[in-house]
Every structure is written in structure tokens, then in C-alpha cells.
Ligand binder design. Structure first.
Ligand SMILES: [Zn+2]
Ligand SMILES: [Zn+2]
Length: 297
């Protein structure tokens, strides 16, 4: 058989297997881990209510909820540590999603990625509207098919927010050229069998049309687990942990994708590698963000 036919046959088999799996093993809920009720949904509506979304006021740099407004627009962390990345956002407060995140990462519950990725894609749209309102990112807008290259940033005052109201969010392709999942080390990939950040990035990509590039960033060394490390120790542990391939990121606006943001050491180390290769802007989008405690990064 020709190579292409083999490839196609394999894809059909995979799709059929996926559909059969859904029938035999119904999708599980990221909160209660029981089959989702009602069937066909990504999460039980009652369970979704237990998740705590990040709500304003948030830190203008890392997107963490700000408890004490006396610190101004930045959280105490960002006042202390000068970050490398430009700006970022997250969907959920860590403690409300930690159980599901653990199963997603360590116990093979990849199926949660569908719900998590949907939430992240939604957050990415509102994040782009925020950037637009702040005129944070200006880029020449190539535009998706059908919008005739209209530039949502320079189309006129307030036009972005109007587009936001009309379509339920900005087109994120106007703001980001690629989604780059934070890579895991080859050792950890063997252990877990998959990179949870890549699963999230693929789901966000499917919903926004921004391509995933998992080939531009790679992890050089197996770093020590950082669960009990302070911010400075984390920064040192990750120095030179990431490297960037080739010059594909040059002048590109990049959205880093990961499951959790804790001190920002991981995102900073990735951003450093990407900026070194000429990236124009590096932001991040994570599923969860810590609200001050020391979560595992
Ligand atoms: Zn549930
Ligand atoms: Zn912050």
C-alpha cells in the first residue's frame, strides 16, 4: 500500500476508535471525575459552578487576582520580580481546579483537555480585547479569510470593543502568530506519556485558528522539581533550561501555553529563550494561577 493510504487508513481507525471509546467510556467530568451529566457536555453544569474564575481586579503583568489594592496595578510578586515576559492571563484560581489538574497531568485524564482548552480559548479572546483596549499590541493585521484585512487595532477608536460586543471577542489571530506549549523534559515525557501543555495548546488552536508550534522551544536539562523552592531558587534552577530552535520566532508575537503559573520562573525562562531568538512579544495563557501559596509549577 502507498504511504498516504496507510496514513489515511490509520487516521480513520483512530477516529473510529475515539468514537467507540466515547460510547464505552463516556467523557469524565474534570471536577467530579464521573461521567459528565448530561452526556455530551464537557463538564457537569453543577460542577462548573464550583470552579473559581480569575476575576478583576488583577495584576496588570501576571493576571493574578490582587487582594490588596494598596499595591496598585501590580501584585506583590510582580513588584518584587522584574519579569521577562510581556503580560499574561489565566482562567481559574489554582485551588479551585487543583484536583482535576492533578488527574489531567499525572493520571492520564487527557479528556479534561477539551473543557480546559475551551475555557482557555474563551479567555484568550477576552485577553485580546483587553490588549486592544490598552493598545498593548499593534501589528499589521493580515486578517482571517472574510475580514478583508481590516485592522481591529487601528480601525478607529473603540472599534475593537465594538467588534468584541458584536462577535463575542476579538479574533486572537490578529494578536498572536503562534501558540507555543511549555515543553517538558524528555525524561518526564517518557514518564507521563504526554505533555499536558501541548494538549491544551492543541485545543486552543482548534478553537482560535492560531497554529501550535511545539518545535520551536525545547527543554535542555531535567530540572529538579520546584514544589518547595522559593522564587529566586526557581529562577536559578531554570537558567538555560530552555532553548529555541532556528529563527522561526523572529519578529513573531508568541503566546506561551501552560497548565499553571506559580512564580513565573518557567514562563520567564521560556520567554528569555524566545526573545533571544528575536521574538517580538511573548505573553502567556495558563489554565490556573496561584493566589499566593506555593503550588507545584
Ligand atoms: Zn461533575
Ligand atoms: Zn503579578
Amino acid at each position: 500500500m502507498e504511504k498516504r493510504t496507510v496514513w489515511q487508513a490509520r487516521r480513520y481507525l483512530q477516529q473510529a476508535a475515539g468514537a467507540a471509546r466515547e460510547l464505552i467510556y463516556p467523557r469524565r467530568c474534570p471536577v467530579c471525575d464521573r461521567p459528565v451529566h448530561p452526556a455530551g457536555a464537557l463538564i457537569c453544569p453543577a460542577c462548573e459552578k464550583t470552579l473559581q474564575r480569575v476575576a478583576p481586579p488583577v495584576c496588570l503583568r501576571c493576571g493574578r487576582p490582587i487582594r490588596d489594592l494598596n499595591t496598585g496595578h501590580l501584585c506583590p510578586d510582580c513588584l518584587r520580580i522584574p519579569h521577562v515576559y510581556d503580560r499574561g492571563c489565566a482562567v481559574f484560581v489554582y485551588h479551585s481546579v487543583s484536583g482535576g489538574l492533578f488527574r489531567f497531568k499525572y493520571e492520564g485524564r487527557r479528556e479534561y483537555g477539551a473543557f480546559y482548552g475551551k475555557c482557555m480559548a474563551d479567555r484568550l479572546r477576552t485577553f485580546c480585547a483587553e490588549l486592544d483596549a490598552a493598545k498593548g499590541i499593534r501589528r499589521s493585521y493580515r486578517g482571517p479569510a472574510g475580514t478583508a484585512g481590516r485592522d481591529p487595532v487601528s480601525a478607529g477608536p473603540g472599534s475593537g470593543r465594538m467588534a468584541d460586543r458584536a462577535s463575542g471577542g476579538m479574533d486572537p489571530r490578529a494578536f498572536f502568530d503562534m501558540l507555543v506549549p511549555v515543553p517538558v523534559s524528555p525524561g518526564r515525557l517518557r514518564q507521563r506519556g504526554y505533555n499536558q501543555a501541548l494538549i491544551l495548546a492543541q485545543e486552543v488552536s482548534r478553537r482560535t485558528g492560531i497554529p501550535v508550534r511545539e518545535d520551536v522551544l525545547y527543554r535542555v536539562s531535567d530540572t529538579r522539581p520546584m514544589k518547595n523552592m522559593g522564587p529566586e531558587e526557581r529562577q536559578n534552577n531554570l537558567k538555560k533550561a530552555f532553548q529555541c530552535h532556528g529563527n522561526d520566532v523572529e519578529l513573531n508575537s508568541i503566546m506561551l501555553i501552560d497548565d499553571i503559573y506559580t512564580t513565573g520562573a518557567t514562563v520567564d525562562a521560556c520567554a528569555r529563550a524566545l526573545y533571544r531568538q528575536g521574538a517580538r512579544r511573548v505573553c502567556f495563557l495558563t489554565l490556573a494561577i496561584g493566589d499566593g501559596g506555593q503550588e507545584a509549577e
